[in-house]
Ligand binder design. Structure first.
Ligand code: JD8
Length: 254
């Protein structure tokens, strides 16, 4: 079981996604508990103010430190100091599958979502223990990044994905892109499927899939190959193999 505590001024927006997705099922199954905490509930003024103008001037608003500190300290209680407190921010290190795997072994994680121009720097310096970004593009706040982090961790938990062919089978598990997938019909608008997939020869199918993963990765994401889990033979083959177009699809099967 893992517990997430999310600090946001938009808990309702997050709840609608978290209720509907596979994360929703994991919550019903008791593998995940998600506490959504409205930072506004931790303000003390009549207007429940969560943001203010920046010192030094300039445009935009900055999220005030007090409601965020008080919310996190109050919710984490005795666990404060033990739990990673993650700030979602474009300035963080990029969140990867390796981070998802590490955090999936934690019993509890706190996620702070800013809005506007971001949070007062003291949140970053004196409350957050980690700062991550989900990628190099600009969003309007940390809520979508927090959902991304939660989703990527929840699907790694035992018993969440249901059947076999789970997390180990997919893209990034070995550091390679996925092989092509096909389902019925075998001929759609004249486009067939690779004959090998109809052969019933499981060794040949596994070899074809591995080969497709390697070829795809070397064509589309050669940057992944350094860290990928490859045999010396596979590395040797890739270095000598022409990195041409993906092999053309096999002839239609019918
Ligand atoms: C948190 C406020 C908006 C960002 C002024 C636009 C993560 N990969 C990512 N992209 N964007 C975010 C992100 C954006 C956020 C906040 C995360 C809080 N904003 C700000 C800086 C410029 N506005 C993110 N993780």
């Amino acid at each position: 079981m893992i517990r997430f505590d999310v600090f946001t001024i938009l808990p309702d927006v997050m709840e609608s996604y978290l209720a509907a997705s596979m994360v929703g099922r994991a919550r019903l199954g008791g593998q995940v508990v998600i506490g959504l905490h409205n930072v506004r509930d931790y303000t003390h003024d009549r207007h429940r103010t969560t943001d203010d103008t920046p010192y030094g001037g300039g445009g935009g608003m900055v999220m005030k430190p007090e409601p965020i500190f008080e919310a996190v300290e109050s919710v984490l209680g005795e666990d404060f100091g033990q739990v990673p407190i993650v700030l979602l921010s474009p300035q963080g290190r990029v969140f990867t599958q390796a981070t998802a795997r590490e955090w999936s072994r934690q019993p509890r994680l706190a996620l702070i979502c800013g809005r506007y121009e971001g949070v007062d720097e003291r949140v970053r310096g004196h409350l957050a223990t980690d700062e991550v970004s989900i990628g190099d593009y600009v969003l309007t706040g940390g809520e979508l990044p927090a959902l991304v982090v939660i989703d990527s961790i929840v699907r790694l938990l035992p018993g969440v994905l249901g059947d076999a062919g789970g997390p180990d089978d997919d893209s990034h598990a070995h550091g390679l892109l996925e092989y092509p997938h096909y389902t019925r019909p075998p001929n759609y608008r004249g486009w067939g499927i690779p004959e090998v997939l109809l052969s019933g020869d499981h060794a040949r199918i596994a070899a074809w899939r591995r080969d497709q993963s390697l070829l795809r990765t070397s064509r589309r994401r050669p940057d992944l190959l350094d860290a990928a889990d490859l045999t010396p033979e596979e590395r040797d083959r890739l270095s000598t193999r022409a990195r041409g177009a993906d092999e053309p699809a096999d002839a239609p099967s019918s």
